[in-house]
Design a protein around this ligand. Sequence first.
Ligand code: FES
Ligand code: FES
Length: 175
Amino acid sequence: MAISISLTVNGSPVTADVQAHTLLVHFIRDTLRLTGTHVGCDTAQCGACTVHMNGRAVKACNVLAVQADGANITTIEGLAAASDGALHPMQAAFRECHGLQCGFCTPGMVMSAVALVAQTPDASADDIRRQLDGNLCRCTGYHNIVKAVLQGAAAMKQSAEQSAALEPAAPAAIR
Ligand code: FES
Ligand code: FES
């Protein structure tokens, strides 16, 4: 029996009928055709399917689509600036630091890294290695991934500081 769900995906409202057993990752890839979210294992081990659900990184093969009813989902396609398509600072850092080879793990790695830095802006290399241990990479040996996350974290911090500086000052109190 199909169940109707409504959620927000990359800023756009989505309503669809899904089966009770449909995994979020299959809904994202097969129904929404957002194929940047990869399937490596389907058993919550590799992290290739990582997306953000209400601001937290989740393995989309470990979540039923019906559990995402009402949620705010961001996939790798939603990370670049909606206005001009510019790469997110973390994506740019992966490119600059050669944090990928075949690229299969990269969308999940980037989504996990962005969530990690949002939660721990000053994460050390050791923190990054520990916290990304749910994301597997068969190619890189991880060194450049850690470098990329450190560089991406610094760029995210700088961009947050610039945005804060551009915000209008609070109006002075009227006496
Ligand atoms: Fe989800 Fe591997 S496909 S963790
Ligand atoms: Fe190939 Fe990570 S770059 S699996």
